[in-house]
Unconditional design. Structure first.
Length: 89
């Protein structure tokens, strides 16, 4: 089919063959179409990547929120001034 979009060629290596065979079990209605199975795998892989990223982001936010303010009051009001005094010759 004519298209202006880039096309991608994938060689059916052993790894790709196993992935497509497993995809055929997951999506039996498309088991006779390797291209359709490949699209299923791309969509599923994309969903997994997005979910992983969202999970990581949520974990980072939780870490920041759970530790926010933990050191409040530990350093006195003039801590930075006193620290910088040590830097001067």
């Amino acid at each position: 089919m004519p298209t202006t979009r880039p096309r991608h060629l994938i060689t059916e290596t052993e790894e790709v063959m196993r992935a497509l065979d497993d995809a055929a079990k997951r999506w039996p209605t498309d088991s006779e179409s390797r291209p359709k199975l490949l699209l299923h795998l791309v969509r599923e892989g994309h969903r997994s990547v997005v979910e992983y990223h969202e999970h990581q982001l949520a974990a980072r936010r939780e870490a920041v929120e759970s530790t926010a303010g933990a050191l409040t009051g530990v350093y006195g009001q003039d801590y930075l001034r006193r620290l910088r005094e040590d830097w001067e010759p």
